[in-house]
Design a binder for this molecule. Structure first.
Ligand code: ADP
Length: 328
């Protein structure tokens, strides 16, 4: 199988995540190590359709491991969802002599790769790169650890002002469908309550818990709200509701927004990205296709795209229990 792969294309697609550059770097260096050509594709599937390619050698990814974002840029492509768009993409790959591809992104990126790979019998391996940690078949996605640390650092700062003014802060974090960031950051930053999309605890339950805390002597509180949470759908409405029904607290809202995506990747993300980047090239060389490389129980695994996109985000019930006990 090994001599079939001669030129690997690499792209980043969908939402950007810290550590994507480290993953590209590992792919490029692993190709160089095996004397295979590597081609960078700009702006995800958009650049694939436009033929926006650049040859990448070992030195073209220097000083890249520590940089946030993705130097290949990322994009969302409506055209790639059409047969015509994918036909253009295939033509460009053929013209450039690219015979295989590594795509770094989230479940949407893998859905596109699965469609394209099947349609053209084109070998593609995926690397999970998204801050949401919502990919089936890997314990962690690249970018999640960095985003978690960014959120915890931000909440630490908010805690200082919450404490000084006896305020209750609602902090909205990213995660439209997955509450991983909210739950882990909530535990790590010592939140009073954590609202996640997977579990609707209900307004009254929340109010009860806040009243109890107040009676037990808490003078300030932080509630972490995942942007997709069912009662937090509009975090400002929840703030108003609490203010109207709980006397003695000033309620403030902070929406962390895009600062959660940026920044230099954490040590863990750099190592994960390096590991998965190298293993993605290895998987192509072994003749694997339509799979994602991930990490389960500290071992690198390959998982079919069809499994990885199932969207069965399992919430960590043990962590919910920890949050409940430690916030008493
Ligand atoms: P993420 O990879 O972060 O989940 P998106 O959901 O935006 O981000 O997906 C990235 C891109 O993947 C989309 O802009 C689109 O071009 C492509 N894509 C997603 N789903 C499909 C699909 N069913 N068929 C073809 N391409 C798809």
């Amino acid at each position: 199988m090994i001599d079939q792969i001669k030129k690997v294309g690499v792209l980043t697609s969908g939402g950007d995540a810290p550590g994507m550059n480290a993953a590209i770097r590992a792919v490029v260096r692993c190709c160089a190590y095996h004397n295979i050509e590597c081609v960078g594709i700009y702006r995800g599937y958009e650049g694939l359709i436009d033929g926006d390619f650049i040859p990448l050698g070992a030195r073209s990814v220097k000083n890249m491991i520590n940089r946030g974002g993705t130097f290949l840029k990322s994009a969302r492509s409506k055209e790639f969802k059409t047969k015509e768009g994918r036909a253009k993409a295939y033509k460009n790959l053929k013209k450039a002599g690219v015979d295989s591809m590594i795509v770094i992104g989230g479940d949407g990126t893998f859905r596109g790769a699965l469609e394209f790979g099947k349609e053209y019998q084109f070998p593609i391996v995926g690397i999970p790169g998204t801050i949401d940690n919502d990919i089936n078949g890997t314990d962690y996605t690249i970018g999640y650890d960095t985003a978690l640390n960014t959120v915890i650092e931000a909440i630490d700062k908010i805690r200082d002002t919450a404490h000084s003014h006896n305020r209750l802060f609602l902090v909205e974090v990213m995660g439209r469908d997955a509450g991983d960031i909210a739950l882990s950051a909530g535990v790590g930053a010592g939140a009073e309550a954590i609202l996640i999309p997977e579990q609707n605890i209900g307004r009254e339950h929340l109010m009860e818990s806040l009243r109890r805390s107040k009676q037990s002597g808490k003078s300030s509180s932080i509630i972490v709200v995942s942007e997709g949470d069912q009662i937090g759908k509009n975090i400002f409405n929840v703030a108003k509701y609490i203010e109207n029904n709980l006397k003695g607290y000033e309620v403030r809202v902070t929406v962390l927004g895009h600062i959660q995506r940026g920044g230099s990747p954490s040590g863990r993300d750099r190592i994960l990205a390096s590991r998965l980047g190298v293993n993605a090239v290895d998987a192509l060389l072994r003749g694997e296709k339509n799979v994602m490389v991930g990490q389960k129980l500290n071992k690198v695994v390959t998982v079919p795209f069809s499994e990885s996109i199932k969207g069965e985000n399992e919430i960590d019930m043990e962590l919910i229990r920890i949050a409940k006990i430690t916030s008493i």
